[in-house]
Design a protein around this ligand. Structure first.
Ligand code: SF4
Length: 429
């Protein structure tokens, strides 16, 4: 979502005359769009500001803006801790960035703008065409969360669940497609909770997008198991553009831990969703997120997670050691021994890597459909992704970005597949 927001922040600043530069020292303004999901992400912000300070030591100080969830959660503290910051703007008020910069240029007074104004934000954004022109483009449809998992900051930094108007989303999708997008990834902190006016759900949006000419692939992320309703699951059967790959975080395989996390589902419920998905499309694959060493996690709980991972056969998953986020209920709980958590994380990541390897191995000598995203800098190879998001690097002399190509996989490693384009699928058709 930060990638989507960063692009929109750029669209907003370009109205007041700013342009992107790839030469750091040429910049008059830095906008650091931040993530607060883990402590490491927060510290990265200060590291980056330190680098800017160093680069501009003997130059005119640039305007430094911190936006995003760290700005929302730690606004006052940030301005105190790092006087080099001129402005903090929360994720629900960045639509005001143009006016705020102009104000700052006039008054030179520090600005702290962290109001929750999500309706105002999207009302403003709809007036400004999205300039994103990637083959695979993000499109935010929903923000915020009402689930309050005990480890998560999202409900505090992004606010309550909000769904953008249906027509506004479809219009923006058409805009992105006219810019060249061939894949749209619908975004939300709790994307499958999308519900506009109690009439339009995520399934309605997928069906509408499925009918748009020139769009080839649809994805959505991130979903909560509780909101995987039957109408949405049926889209995997009925909408051919919806890719058979779903990121569905479970966080832990232990019912005790899921309860402590306030996840509002147990492993049996999660497995029932997986079964339903497999029923509508036997080729569907699932990835997940895991938190290791959550307060109260024992070896037995961890083994439950390991067992569930094998059972579902997750692909491309993410796993982290629990990171206490200030202000969340889990932040005050007794931490699991770090050395123990590190051992568990390694075990889990080995297993996930093995699953990924086994999955990539299946492609060897097979043909697979790849959406071509770009030509690599070496000008000889292309980059694209399979239906399951696996990166593919391949050689071809007759391919173009945005096309679906039929690629023969000749080798692979842990992360990528490598191959050669036999024929261009669309031309052959
Ligand atoms: S459902 Fe997701 S976004 Fe919402 S509180 Fe839980 S982890 Fe955070």
């Amino acid at each position: 979502m930060n990638e989507y927001d960063s692009n929109r922040i750029y669209d907003l600043t370009s109205i007041i005359g700013y342009k992107k530069t790839h030469v750091k020292k040429d910049a008059d303004c830095f906008v650091l769009n931040t993530c607060h999901i883990r402590k490491k992400a927060t510290e990265k912000v200060y590291d980056e500001i330190g680098r800017v300070k160093k680069d501009f030591k003997n130059l005119k100080k640039p305007l430094v803006v911190v936006s995003g969830c760290v700005a929302q959660a730690e606004s006052e503290e940030m301005i105190k801790r790092e006087p080099y910051i001129d402005m903090v703007i929360g994720p629900q008020s960045y639509h005001k960035i143009g006016d705020l910069i102009l104000n700052y240029e006039r008054k030179k007074e520090k600005i702290n703008e962290t109001k929750f104004d999500v309706i105002g934000k999207f009302d403003e954004l709809k007036k400004i065409p999205n300039s994103q022109n990637k083959i695979s483009s993000y499109l935010t449809i929903q923000e915020g969360c009402d689930k309050f998992c005990h480890f998560c900051v999202v409900p505090y930094t992004r606010g309550p669940e909000y769904s953008r108007p249906f027509v506004q989303v479809v219009d923006e999708a058409k805009n992105l497609i006219s810019n060249g997008a061939r894949e749209i990834i619908l975004l939300g902190q709790n994307v499958n909770a999308y519900n506009y006016n109690k009439k339009y759900k995520l399934s309605s949006l997928i069906k509408a997008l499925n009918n748009i000419e020139n769009l080839k692939r649809i994805r959505f992320t991130t979903s909560h198991p509780k909101d995987m309703t039957d109408d949405l699951i049926d889209c995997y059967r009925d909408c051919e553009k919806l890719m058979p790959f779903l990121h569905l975080p479970i966080q832990s395989g232990s019912n005790k831990i899921l309860k402590l996390m306030n996840r509002k589902h147990d492993r049996e419920y999660y497995m029932s969703v997986v079964e339903k998905l497999n029923k509508v499309d036997k080729n569907i694959k699932i990835s997940s997120d895991f938190i290791v060493g959550y307060p109260g996690e024992t070896d037995r709980d961890f083994e439950d997670t390991m067992e569930l991972v094998e059972k579902v056969g997750f692909v491309n998953s993410y796993s982290f050691i629990f990171s206490p986020r200030p202000g969340t209920p889990a932040a005050v709980k007794k931490l699991t021994n770090l050395a123990e958590s590190e051992i568990r994380l390694k075990k889990l990541q080995n297993k996930l890597e093995n699953l990924r390897y086994r999955n990539n191995q299946k492609y060897l000598k097979q043909h697979c459909e790849v959406l071509i995203e770009n030509k690599l800098d070496n000008q000889e190879e292309f980059f694209g992704r399979t239906k399951y998001m696996t990166p593919v690097i391949f050689k071809s002399d007759n391919c173009k970005a945005g096309e679906l190509a039929n690629i023969k996989i000749t080798s692979f490693n842990q992360k990528n597949l490598f191959g050669i384009s036999k024929n261009n699928k669309e031309k052959a058709a």
